[in-house]
Design a protein around this ligand. Structure first.
Ligand SMILES: [Zn+2]
Length: 589
């Protein structure tokens, strides 16, 4: 007789099971991903469908489908077997003889409550009318399992009791509550019900929205034995596939925004619920993607929440952009008012947090108002990198009052910023503490975008000889890490660019830290977008920055009779990159 365990094992695909929690990518015979058992920076976690096992090459965690469920869900072997058998459709022989576990009873109560809410929706014309008004058709109602809690004090409590559930246990699950006299009543009354499933698809909580106007607008489950609100994002189970394919998530504010986005084809939309975004949410996102687009309401509360989310997500080294919504809109109203394309456009037009801040300031105040410049300087002082600071200074300088000359205005603005940010570069010295940056690759947070492109080029055989020449160009890299990596490349390969697979020459780059930095870039998805034009643009950008730096240096040193300054100014006008040193590679790119 076959062991039940073998039968379950034969029916469960380990890659699919693990893939519900870890973004896996096929790499030859195995799948690779970021290890969920330790803080993994590079994918060191492998899953083999062939052997039915997983292993982390970094922290050593290893096991099969059963240990996976035991560890991830913190359950005993028997419970793991039961969970997997249920998924595999295998009936366990001794099932009836063992009393249901506590967790099993909790899950059953949640399932019963969902059935109740779903059934109630079909019976309430008020609720159905409301759904029609919100554009929620039958497929949306079914897909998101939307239900209705009737406006009766104890409808669910009575139903659950009749089905044999302990109401004391149901109270722990945030389904019912107890009045002073000890009687049970429903937590959700007269509300549209949104079941909340975790990333594995397990039903863990409910959220309720009042129909029409009413207070509070939303009631969300508090933490229960099945639910930690700081660790669950609404829509995660449905967004998973797109997240791991695109490495991008779209963060919105509420249930209806998530549903609206998915209906508009933005199926990587998620929301934190009844709580603001937490560090745990950011860690969860980090396991699935490298980039997050924040699409919050354009009102004050939404903007503040967006600023907070930017900080939390950036701290996890996620690339963040903020999408600007038309005033007064949220994704739900935008979908209904304009259509799916408008939602997609809003997502695609995400700005870097700094650009977003400047944009919002320009909408709020005019550059003719003195307070505009006070706020602008405060904002600029928070620029994550010199590159971003340069970009915004160049953008704002033409509006700077009293100075017609753009370079003078830029310098004046820069000096203002320097007062608030002592380490800002005012005379060409590199800011060695300019990290982390939010628009850099998560794999290389300490590099500037244009530098990343050049190092990507170095990793690609067809671009490598040119990138190697460029790496030898002194004074062209803008960050400390970029400068050191370019020097390490020049030292390791003094005569010519290396040839052959990266694995054959990477070890020659010293020290280990820089070797790691370069090898991290091989995991950066943007590497696949390399083209001659892309590389040329990046090089041009670096040269302009180097030129600007030289220009500022000269300007600072040659105050007064600045013949040299005028010379450089002319030179820059004629040929913006002429100031980059040395010049022998001109024309290479
Ligand atoms: Zn590990």
């Amino acid at each position: 007789m076959t062991d039940e365990r073998d039968e379950v094992r034969a029916r469960i695909d380990i890659a699919e099971l693990v893939g519900r929690e870890v973004a896996l990518k096929r790499a030859g015979k195995v799948y690779k991903g970021l290890c969920p058992f330790h803080q993994d920076r590079n994918p060191s976690f492998t899953v083999s469908a062939e052997t039915g096992r997983y292993k982390c090459w970094s922290c050593g965690e290893t096991g099969d489908i059963f240990t996976w469920v035991m560890k991830r869900q913190n359950v005993e072997f028997g419970e793991a077997l039961r969970i997997l058998a249920k998924q595999a459709g295998v009936t366990l022989a001794n099932r009836s003889s063992t009393p249901p576990s506590v967790k099993q009873a909790q899950e059953a109560a949640m399932d019963e409550a969902l059935r109740f809410f779903r059934d109630q929706l079909t019976r309430s014309s008020t609720a159905k009318e409301y759904c029609d008004g919100r554009g929620l058709d039958q497929s949306a109602l079914d897909g998101w399992e939307i239900g209705y809690a009737p406006d009766v004090g104890e409808a669910l409590a009575v139903h659950l009791k009749k089905k044999g559930f302990s109401l004391g246990e149901c109270k722990n699950l945030f389904l019912v509550d107890q009045d002073a006299g000890g009687g049970y009543f429903d937590k959700f009354r007269g509300r549209l019900i949104f079941p909340i499933r975790d990333e594995r698809g397990e039903l863990v909580a409910f959220g309720g929205r009042v129909l029409g106007q009413g207070h509070p607008k939303y009631i969300n489950s508090s933490d229960t034995p099945l639910y930690r609100k700081s660790r669950v994002l609404y829509g995660m189970n449905r967004a998973r596939e797109r997240l791991s394919a695109q490495h991008q998530a779209v963060l919105v504010e509420g249930y209806l925004d998530v549903i609206a986005c998915h209906r508009a084809g933005v199926t990587n939309a998620l929301a934190s619920l009844g709580t603001s975004l937490s560090e745990d949410h950011a860690k969860l996102l980090k396991r699935w993607c490298s980039e997050v687009v924040i699409l919050y309401d354009s009102d004050d509360a939404g903007q503040k929440a967006a600023e907070r989310a930017v900080k939390i997500l950036s701290a996890e080294n996620l690339r963040v952009s903020v999408a600007l919504m038309p005033p007064g809109d949220d994704p739900d109203t935008l979908l209904r008012r304009v259509g799916p394309a408008a939602v997609q456009k809003a997502v695609a037009g995400g700005l870097s947090p700094m650009e977003y801040g400047v944009q919002a300031l320009l909408q709020r105040l005019s550059p003719n108002q003195p307070e505009f410049w006070g706020e602008a300087v405060t904002l600029l002082a928070e620029a994550p990198t010199e590159m971003e600071l340069d970009r915004q200074i160049v953008r704002l300088a033409p509006m700077y009052p009293g100075l017609k000359d753009s370079v003078q205005a830029q310098n004046a603005l820069r000096r203002e910023v320097a007062k608030m940010r002592p380490n800002v570069r005012t005379n060409g010295n590199r800011d060695r503490s300019s990290r982390p940056r939010s628009d850099a690759s998560p794999a290389a947070p300490q590099l500037a975008g244009a530098e990343i492109v050049v190092f990507h080029a170095f990793l690609e055989p067809q671009f490598r000889p040119r990138a190697w020449m460029f790496a030898r160009t002194r004074d062209l890299f803008v960050t400390d890490a970029g400068t050191r990596l370019s020097e390490a490349i020049a030292t390791a390969f003094p005569q010519a660019a290396p040839q052959g697979p990266t694995s054959e020459w990477l070890h020659r780059i010293e020290p280990e830290e820089l070797r790691q930095l370069l090898s991290d870039l091989t995991l950066d998805l943007r590497a696949s977008r390399l083209s001659d034009e892309y590389v040329t643009d990046a090089v041009q950008k670096l040269r302009e920055m180097a030129g600007d730096r030289r220009l500022r240096e000269v300007r600072e040193q040659a105050t007064g009779s600045d013949e040299e300054y005028q010379y450089f100014l002319k030179l820059k006008e004629r040929k913006p990159d002429a100031l980059a040193k040395p010049k022998e590679e001109d024309g290479l790119f």
